[in-house]
Design a protein around this ligand. Structure first.
Ligand SMILES: Nc1ncnc2c1ncn2[C@@H]1O[C@H](COP(=O)(O)OP(=O)(O)OP(=O)(O)O)[C@@H](O)[C@H]1O
Length: 528
């Protein structure tokens, strides 16, 4: 199926999110949309999927104009979309989810559950999806849930699949599997519109790249171009993809976690006798595959977990047993892994979101009332400094693009005096230009003497930012290794194999393979 977007324009009030965009997606093509945060990519896809009505322009399917009044129309025309936040019902099975809301197909009419199960099996075999139709969605890893979304689209005969930042929530292995699936789909004639900020994967799978900047198409890029070239074309200036950072100058230890255990409601020790410390002026990165206790660890520090034993000491004060407000007041800056749930209030303005933790403190509070002038002044400064693309400080935070929402949370948390900074997935959904800036800000916070803890499933990010790297596996610390430790060693540690058991080329016993000799564990003997 050939798909054409011709002169698509979309306004939100005075904001021109899409400005006469022309894109042609050829049959069986992986077509990447590349553009900085707020460029208008998701808006364009929402127009294509019938979620937004375009202000101007038309969509053509096989050279015939079509008009969509909703996603149902788009699906009927052969367009499917996998959203970043899955639209699945966790307590239903895969087959129930796929059958849910399905339109009757021309070939089979309505599918009953048995037929749906059969179709899932066929598709799963055809593409090597390895999805059990009877599994409960809530029991499936994120990568498999995403495949269920793809199956949902394929059952509805999608010929063009929209994938909007599909790898943002995936582990590196799941990402590789998804890229394979994309190639499979393409080889069977399905076209894919692919949005991603990860240039390595864009280069790997794309046939064509359309670059969008500030709502306009600025050109097409060659997938064979270097990541630096792609990055510059995307943001319209030279971007340095390598963080230049001076070695840490660690001072005294002010943050110490000892024998910390968090017990889940089902009795499982999701954080299991964890001990580590962070000095002032150093960045400790917690690496690991998602779901190995990272979330519970940060929640325990923040006072959001109930069944916690052990101790968490900041500046000589015990944090276990404190309320969230008390923890924040102790000077903890926190960027949560899911900004839309814990980081922002979508209906509040950008300005209000920038003082969520500070609304009752000077200069924003005056007695029992707030100072609107100070709140606006602060907002303008932060928006400028962190390059948050928003029509105004008064816009609702929920209308900002994903990457700009992330920048907003980072701006708020890095703009007050901190005694400890914790960020989970600090640059999720953020474009390469802004990653460069945010990484520099995190290092600047370190250099001011703040202990910094980064939790990231992105190995590149961990390796770039960390002064020491602690790897979590099943709630336990596999080990702590210094900056410069190789990707292979970290990979094995993420699979639960401690460094002393790594061999130069395998898993047998040969200590410290791939770990910089001079610093090996001198600063990192935080074994659980
Ligand atoms: N529902 C909405 N109401 C008002 N403005 C909106 C709405 N949706 C998007 N916008 C604005 O449209 C612009 C484009 O946003 P969009 O989400 O399309 O960007 P994007 O290229 O997908 O960015 P990112 O890479 O950060 O996801 C932004 O300025 C955003 O604030």
């Amino acid at each position: 199926m050939k798909l054409e977007l011709r002169g698509i324009t979309k306004r939100f009030g005075t904001l021109l999110a899409n400005d006469h965009i022309d894109v042609v997606v050829e049959p069986g093509q992986i077509h990447c949309l590349l553009g900085e945060n707020g460029a208008g990519k998701s808006t364009l896809m929402n127009v294509l999927y019938g979620l937004y009505e375009p202000t101007e322009g038309e969509i053509l399917v096989d050279d015939k104009p079509v008009s969509f009044r909703g996603p149902g129309d788009a699906m009927a025309a052969g367009i499917g979309m996998v959203h970043q936040h899955f639209m699945l019902v966790p307590v239903f099975t895969v087959a129930e989810n796929v059958a849910l809301g399905a339109e009757p197909t021309k070939a089979a009419g309505f599918l009953n559950l048995d037929q749906t199960r059969q179709r899932i099996k066929e598709i799963s075999d055809q593409y090597g999806f390895d999805v059990d139709p009877d599994a409960l969605v809530e029991d499936l890893p994120v990568g498999v849930q995403q495949r269920v979304e793809i199956i949902k689209a394929l059952v509805r005969n999608a010929k063009v699949l929209i994938l909007d930042e599909p790898t943002a929530v995936l582990t590196p292995q799941e990402t590789d599997e998804l890229l394979d699936i994309m190639r499979q789909l393409k080889s069977r004639g399905t076209s894919i519109v692919f949005i991603s900020h990860k240039l390595r994967e864009v280069k790997e799978v794309s046939d064509t790249i359309t670059v969008i900047r500030r709502g306009k198409v600025v050109g097409t890029a060659d997938p064979a171009a270097s990541t630096t070239e792609l990055a510059s074309m995307m943001v319209g200036r030279a971007v340095s993809l390598n963080l230049e950072k001076a070695p840490a100058q660690p001072r005294e230890t002010t943050f110490e976690v000892s024998d910390l255990t968090v017990v889940a409601p089902n009795g499982q020790h999701v954080v299991d006798h964890l001990s580590f410390h962070i000095k002032r002026g150093e960045i400790l990165a917690i690496a690991g595959v998602q779901g190995n206790g990272q979330t519970e660890l940060t929640e325990a520090i923040l006072g959001l977990q109930e069944r916690v034993t052990g101790s968490i000491v900041l500046d000589g004060k015990e944090l276990v047993g404190r309320s969230v407000k008390e923890v924040l007041d102790a000077g903890v800056g926190f960027v949560p892994e899911d900004r839309t749930v814990d980081g922002l209030v979508g209906t509040f303005s950008v300005a209000e979101n920038l003082i969520l933790d500070l609304y009752d403190k000077p200069p924003f509070a005056k007695g029992i009332s707030m100072s609107p002038a100070k709140i606006m002044e602060n907002a303008k400064a932060r928006i400028g400094e962190f390059d948050v693309r928003t029509p105004s400080a008064a816009s609702a935070a929920g209308t900002l693009s994903g990457g700009n929402q992330q920048k907003l949370v980072m701006a708020r948390e890095l703009s007050r005096p901190l005694r400890l900074f914790i960020a989970s997935q600090p640059t999720r959904g953020v474009d390469v230009g802004s990653i460069e800036f945010l990484h520099r800000r995190i290092v600047a916070e370190r250099d001011q003497g703040t202990p910094v803890m980064i939790i990231s499933t992105e190995l590149d990010e961990v390796m770039e930012l960390a002064d020491r790297i602690a790897v979590l596996y099943k709630g336990k610390l596999v080990g702590t290794v210094p900056a410069g430790t190789g990707r292979d060693v970290l990979g094995l540690m993420m699979a639960g194999i401690p460094p002393e058991e790594h061999a130069p080329n395998g898993h047998a016993h040969a200590p410290q393979a791939g770990i910089p000799a001079a610093t090996s564990n001198a600063e990192g003997a935080d074994h659980a």
